[in-house]
Design a protein around this ligand. Structure first.
Ligand code: BEZ
Ligand code: FE
Length: 287
C-alpha cells in the first residue's frame, strides 16, 4: 500500500462508518464534511503540532462563547462562511433586496417605536432620518411589515457592548398602510468587530484588519414573504472594500446625505447638522 492509499483508506473507512445514518441529509453532511476535512489535512500536510494548535484555538473559541459573546459566529464571519451561506440561500427573485450577514448584535425584544419615532434613545451620533417603502416583488406596497433595525453609535459600539441593560440604537416599527416607513436614528459609524479573543488573534496573525464599514442593520418580516436580513452601508466609507466579514454588496451601499441645520421632513427643527437616507425594501413573495 502506498502512503496515498493508506491516507485514502482512513477517509473511506470514516465515510463508510456514517453509511447507516437514517437521516439522509445528516448522512450527506457528515460524509461530505469528512471528505473535505480530510482533503484539507492532506492538502496542507497537517503536522501533529498544527493539529494541536487548531484544537487549542477552537477550545479558546468555545470557552469565550456564552449568551453574550458568540465567538464561533465571529469565526464563521471572518472565514466568509456566513456570507457564503447567505449567498447559497439568497432569494432567487430578481428585484428583491439583497441579504447580508446577520452579525451577533441583534436583540429579540427591541423597543417598539411609532412611525417617525426615534430609535437612538441616547445612542451618541449625528441625527439621521431614515425612510423608504416596503414592497413585494410584484410591486405592491406591504402594510404592517415588521422592521427591526440596529446599529453602532458614533464610537463604534452597540448598546449590548456597554455595561448595564440600556437599549439604544435599536428598535422595531411597522410599515404604514402605503408600505412607507420612517424613523430617526444616528448616522452609523464604522467599527472594529470584537478582536480581543482568538478570532482577533487570527486576524492579527494574518495581517487582516477587524474593521467593518458603517452600516445600519435591518430585519424585515411580512406575511407571505421571505424574511430579509440585510444592512445598508454608508457610501464613501473607507472600509467598503475591506469589510472584515465580507458583507458588502453594491446594491446595499447608499448615500447618506449631509444636511444643514434646519427643518427635517417631519417638521423637527435641528440646530445642528443632520443626515438623511432613503432605502426602499423589496421582499420576495413566497409562492
Ligand atoms: C455586525 O455587523 O454587527 C457584525 C457582523 C459580523 C461580525 C461582527 C459584527
Ligand atoms: Fe453591525
Amino acid at each position: 500500500m502506498t502512503q496515498q492509499e493508506r491516507e485514502q483508506a482512513v477517509t473511506d473507512e470514516v465515510v463508510a462508518s456514517f453509511a447507516a445514518t437514517s437521516d439522509e441529509r445528516l448522512r450527506e453532511i457528515v460524509q461530505s464534511l469528512t471528505r473535505h476535512l480530510h482533503a484539507f489535512a492532506r492538502d496542507v500536510r497537517l503536522s501533529q503540532e498544527e493539529w494541536e494548535a487548531g484544537i487549542a484555538f477552537l477550545t479558546r473559541v468555545g470557552h469565550l462563547t456564552d449568551d453574550k459573546r458568540q465567538e464561533f459566529i465571529l469565526l464563521s464571519d471572518v472565514l466568509g462562511l456566513s456570507m457564503l451561506t447567505v449567498g447559497i440561500n439568497a432569494p432567487a427573485a430578481p428585484g428583491a433586496t439583497e441579504s447580508t450577514v446577520f452579525g451577533p448584535f441583534f436583540v429579540e425584544s427591541a423597543p417598539e417605536v411609532p412611525l417617525g419615532g426615534d430609535i437612538a434613545r441616547g445612542a451618541a451620533g449625528t441625527p439621521c432620518w431614515v425612510s423608504g417603502t416596503v414592497r413585494s416583488t410584484d410591486g405592491s406596497p406591504i402594510a404592517g411589515a415588521r422592521i427591526e433595525v440596529w446599529e453602532a453609535d458614533e464610537d463604534g459600539f452597540y448598546d449590548v457592548q456597554y455595561e448595564g441593560d440600556r437599549s439604544a440604537g435599536r428598535g422595531r416599527l411597522h410599515s404604514g398602510d402605503d408600505g412607507g416607513y420612517r424613523f430617526w436614528s444616528v448616522r452609523p459609524s464604522s467599527y472594529g468587530i470584537p478582536d480581543d479573543g482568538p478570532v482577533g488573534e487570527l486576524l492579527a496573525a494574518t495581517g487582516r484588519a477587524p474593521m467593518r464599514p458603517a452600516h445600519l442593520h435591518f430585519k424585515v418580516d411580512a406575511a407571505g414573504h421571505r424574511t430579509l436580513i440585510t444592512h445598508i452601508f454608508v457610501a464613501g466609507d473607507p472600509h467598503l472594500d475591506s469589510d472584515a466579514v465580507f458583507g458588502v454588496k453594491e446594491s446595499l451601499v447608499v448615500d447618506f446625505a449631509e444636511r444643514e441645520p434646519g427643518t427635517a421632513p417631519d417638521g423637527r427643527v435641528l440646530d445642528t447638522p443632520w443626515t438623511s437616507v432613503e432605502f426602499d425594501i423589496v421582499l420576495e413573495a413566497l409562492r
